[in-house]
Design a protein. Sequence first.
Lengths: 231, 231
Amino acid sequence: MLTNRLLGSLRRNDQRQLFAGCKRVELRTGDILWQPQQRIRHVYFPIDCIVSQLIPVDAHAHLELAIVGNEGMLGDTLLFGVNNSLMQSLVQGSGTALQMTSAMFRRQLEQLPAFRRKLDLYAFVLQGQLALTAACLRFHSLDLRLARWLLMAHDRSGSGSIDLTQELLAEMLGVRRVGVTNAAGRLQKLKILSYSRGKITILDRAGLEQASCACYRASEALYEDALGYTG
Amino acid sequence: MLTNRLLGSLRRNDQRQLFAGCKRVELRTGDILWQPQQRIRHVYFPIDCIVSQLIPVDAHAHLELAIVGNEGMLGDTLLFGVNNSLMQSLVQGSGTALQMTSAMFRRQLEQLPAFRRKLDLYAFVLQGQLALTAACLRFHSLDLRLARWLLMAHDRSGSGSIDLTQELLAEMLGVRRVGVTNAAGRLQKLKILSYSRGKITILDRAGLEQASCACYRASEALYEDALGYTG
DNA sequence: GTGTGTCTGTACGGCAGCGCACTTTGCGGC
DNA sequence: GCCGCAAAGTGCGCTGCCGTACAGACACAC
């Protein structure tokens, strides 16, 4: 968890060049990297923070479509030559990230073909995860989706606990707060987690995977197949 | 409707080169261009056919996540250097398309930077439309989504009618056939369309837009902003 | 005509999640 | 200790969609 996985899998020389173009920044829960349609001035490579990608719906509500940690990056639309996004980027868990200006990012993409190839693969993975998420939203119950969300957040957080009120979690999942209360209550009865005043502790990771839909495994497998071991 | 919009907006010389690398093929309703995980051997630029991108869910069901006509292309994952997809490509409406081998497609992307830029923008649009669709699936009622689907199909079909049984339409939308019967019945009562034995006729296009959620306009606007008039 | 199969419409109980309102629980400040 | 407030839990009627079953309508072959 010392660096970002996308960067860490590149050749040493490329890494050095990229690090030189980055600035280490601290992101804190609640920070918003950008709003929908707003110009993206920096891309971010999380090291130990978690960032949600939310889409606004019908003026008021939001819905989380992707969650990014140190396995990914924020600002992928720049790969397509577009410096904005439909999504809001909201920091869910405080931590460090590497920040790079959009201009520098474009330059590095041109200069380092391996970097470009890697990020193209990441864009493919993101598109696939978006598709899986869409299907999951349509067909899977809140209980399943909550378990999946917790697994994905847990993977990215490093620690065994997650800080997030049921109110905010409900907004991520696109349901009422009460819905989260009930679903989380069921998981608590199964001794899979404990939830107290905004602090979620995973007690039984294996049980949580049991309680989740296959979308979790599918999403992870998609990433690993494209970007996993080969580097 | 004589050519594909993505190709048609390029410079004459580029178009000539691309056409030379293409083969005109007839696609017929029910044809499957590729299955999930299967190797993509050709990309397609529809001229007057309609193709759905479906994702399999839980072994049996399918769900449509994108619908592509002459404004788009099929095989966009090759832009990321990946020659497969999570989606199934199913032809919804017969017609002509330009077919290009994957190898030729890669070559043309390298040789024609304007082509590459154009398709990068298209990938951006697709990603955005996927995000909009995900939110729509979560929050909007079947009635709204049905109206949106019909609008998008109508735009891409050219004609005023669409051939599709309620059974298949239900699979696209991820609902029961009976759900489509009811929702379509309500639209018929409003004299917005008529539906008879697999043939849907749009009677009141403006009314249909009224009956749809804002996702339709948002999706169209996204395309037009990125790829519209400027060419 | 008659028969057959497909497509469409109707009916009904069940349930997940909704909106709303209210209570209980725990934490921090004074 | 007590208060104030945010977080979490409970109750209730409602609705949209589900699963299932069945009945009519139309197209086509013979």
